[in-house]
Ligand binder design. Sequence first.
Ligand code: NDP
Ligand SMILES: Nc1nc2c(c(=O)[nH]1)N=C([C@H](O)[C@@H](O)CO)CN2
Length: 235
Amino acid sequence: MKPVALITGAGRRFGYELANDLLDNGYTVFAHYNSSKGGVEKLEQQGAIGLQADFSDTRAIDNMIDQVIAQTGQLDLLVNNASCFFDNHTVDASDDALAAVYQVHAIAPYKLITGLQALLANANDGLVINITDIYSERPSTNYIAYCGAKAALANMTLAFAKALAPDIRVNAIQPGPILFLPEHDNQHRQQVLAETPLKVEGGLQPMIDTVKFFRDNPFLTGESIKVDGGRALNI
Ligand SMILES: NC(=O)C1=CN([C@@H]2O[C@H](COP(=O)(O)OP(=O)(O)OC[C@H]3O[C@@H](n4cnc5c(N)ncnc54)[C@H](OP(=O)(O)O)[C@@H]3O)[C@@H](O)[C@H]2O)C=CC1
Ligand SMILES: Nc1nc2c(c(=O)[nH]1)N=C([C@H](O)[C@@H](O)CO)CN2
């Protein structure tokens, strides 16, 4: 049987490239998206199974879990990647945005891990990888809710690693400046790179390589790896 992966936020950027890589490496991929339908449609052309869910709606999370359980008896890899990068102004202007930050980064991963636990345990070496942030340990004052939610995900990584062993491994990746957003101007980019010892935007391949590192190391659980060019040293 082909290994099975579920990637959340697979419609663009890191989630999309990771899903592509897993498809190329023989995985059956469940590709979740919220609004990036076009990206998942490309993945579906390569055999992926698209799943739409807005994680700000808990019922949508439950429905997605039911769809996965109905289509597979095992899950080898769950990557909790979905994220809404909202700053203080965004969440101060909208309670819905504030709630979404915790729904997407904490409630959805919690419900996916617990709801798919039996499928992960059916795999030979079930693995959960939570995508947190270097700011989950040293918060930014401009993204207070986001950093708090990522910190919750980081903490749950430790708890689930302890609670689900030895059947399921749970680890985290803490990205730094891997890929700027289109709206990030040159001034912001230069400032971030000035604070990054390796002085470059990391790109997505180091993240994909780190997923593979966790996949290939069955003795790792409860671990978190920074993929940040050293930027955590300066925040
Ligand atoms: N890019 C970087 O430099 C850094 C990234 N990270 C983390 O790495 C991971 C990947 O980063 P990146 O690719 O830039 O992430 P993105 O900002 O591109 O977001 C990832 C995905 O999250 C999904 N998402 C957002 N809101 C919701 C929602 N309400 N319900 C369901 N899904 C939702 C989006 O789905 P859709 O597009 O379908 O709406 C999107 O595809 C993220 O967890 C991010 O926090 C951390 C530090 C730095
Ligand atoms: N969901 C996202 N989270 C984060 C992003 C992103 O693009 N999407 N980017 C960062 C970095 O700070 C980077 O943009 C450099 O400023 C943090 N989290």
